[in-house]
Design a protein around this ligand. Structure first.
Ligand code: CUA
Length: 153
């Protein structure tokens, strides 16, 4: 083998090993793995499965709320949510049909809600205002109409 070829192969394999070591260190030592696939749900039985049998806004503590929400083509249940400013809100989400997106414009909430998986996101709404919740995963013919609002008062 040519000398230069040996050098390049050594360099590229070395780089790959370094990257894999960094990712391994972040995942296992620092616990930076994605928090997905933690909770599963039978996508056919969302309406019968707790807590999705009773979707809505629930006060769980001092200015802490859980919003249990189901998604289906092409709506969010419940819609038009109201919460007080400064509230720490945990969204617990499940879809009844296909994959939907859950994005709250003006915040960094942006999640994919896949059939069979329960998605959870926590966010503190400090500023009053009206936030648009929209689906950002193409889910069918009415996808662009799939939105609702969360009003922080
Ligand atoms: Cu739901 Cu797009």
């Amino acid at each position: 083998m040519h000398r230069l070829e040996e050098i390049w192969i050594t360099l590229s394999v070395g780089l790959l090993l370094v990257f894999m070591l960094i990712i391994g260190y972040q995942t296992f030592a620092l616990g930076m793995g994605p928090p997905s696939h933690k909770e599963t749900i039978d996508p056919q039985e969302v309406d019968e499965t707790e807590p999705f049998d009773d979707p809505g806004v629930k006060e769980t503590g001092d200015n802490e709320y859980e919003i249990v929400m189901t998604m289906q083509a092409f709506q969010f249940t419940p819609g038009d949510i109201e919460i007080p400013a400064g509230a720490e809100v945990t969204f617990t989400l499940a879809t009844k049909d296909v994959t939907h997106g859950f994005q709250v414009a003006g915040t960094n909430i942006n999640a994919m809600v896949m059939p069979g998986h329960v998605q959870k996101i926590t966010h503190t709404f400090d500023e009053p205002g009206e936030f648009l919740i929209l689906c950002n995963e193409y889910c069918g013919i009415g996808h662009q109409m799939m939105s609702t609002t969360i009003t922080v008062t």
